[in-house]
Design a protein. Structure first.
Length: 286
């Protein structure tokens, strides 16, 4: 990539794995002095993250971890020793701090925020609280340079506030947790089903697609989103083929932007540039 094209790429991201068993995504943000390496959630253990970073050709370094919330599949307790040894800061919304510390975040490395923060030079993140169990989750609006990435997982419903918060993003990661028919036919306890589907658990495939269409329709855009990465598919109550079929039938132009995160390995590396299609992997900074 020549210097002019390289300068345009200010955010890249690559999901390293996403499911109820663990969630983590590499986020690269370019700034004047170089590139910040962040992890969005740390629900995969440090050895797994290190191995997958190396497999994908990335440096095994992190300038920080950014948590959406502190459930065990988003903050794994096995990170404690690595965080302490490498002095990696963990950015966590203030109401989630105590749970994050119980899940392995050393207090000296917990960087609390009240809804907006700057984890590195030129990187601005604002949060919107979404309904998820008792303490909620944070939908992230990540801005670097002239591009913006939206990230929303573990949300019981997509209300108008979320839509406004994520309007105008260039790319979006959002959960598509379950298929209603598979959920109803499962042998899960009724209490668990009510928790997942009752508006404070997770989004169904249909709710996810509706949320994406509302987010993309909330602002005037000359182009579709560069990519929509669907996160946190249930291993028991969802199938990628079901999601693909739903989007193919009702997703219109959004189908071309779709990536379904894998539960057991990394997805594609996406580089975002203003007013431009997603760049190819060979053009991305590492």
């Amino acid at each position: 990539m020549d210097s002019c094209r390289e300068a345009l790429v200010s955010i890249s991201f690559q999901n390293l794995g996403s499911s109820s068993g663990g969630n983590a995504t590499l986020l690269l943000c370019r700034h004047a002095g170089g590139v910040h390496h962040f992890l969005l959630d740390a629900g995969l253990g440090p050895r797994t993250v290190s191995r997958r970073l190396k497999e994908c050709g990335h440096e095994d370094q992190l300038d920080g971890i950014i948590l959406t919330h502190a459930d065990s599949d988003h903050m794994r307790a096995t990170w404690r020793a690595t965080l302490e040894r490498r002095r990696i800061p963990v950015h966590v919304w203030s109401p989630h701090k105590e749970e994050a510390c119980r899940k392995g975040v050393p207090r000296s490395l917990a960087r609390t925020h009240e809804g907006s923060f700057e984890p590195g030079d030129g990187v601005r993140i604002s949060c919107y609280r979404t309904p998820h169990d008792q303490s909620g989750s944070c939908a992230l609006r990540i801005e670097c340079g002239e591009v913006t990435l939206g990230w929303a997982t573990d949300l019981g419903r997509a209300d108008d506030g979320l839509v406004d918060h994520l309007a105008g993003v260039d790319a979006l990661g959002i959960e598509s947790n379950y298929d209603p028919a598979l959920q109803s036919a499962s042998h899960r306890p009724e209490r668990l089903i009510r928790r997942i589907t009752g508006g404070r658990g997770h989004l169904s495939n249909h709710e996810c697609l509706d949320a994406v269409r509302r987010i993309t329709g909330a602002t005037l855009r000359s182009r579709p989103l560069d990519v929509v990465c669907l996160l946190h598919l249930s291993r028991d109550c969802n199938r990628p083929a079901i999601v693909e079929d739903l989007w193919a039938r009702t997703g219109d132009e959004l189908v071309e932007t779709l990536e379904i995160a894998r539960p057991d390995g990394p997805g594609r590396l996406h580089g975002l540039r203003p007013q431009s299609p997603t760049v190819t992997q060979s053009e991305l900074f590492t």
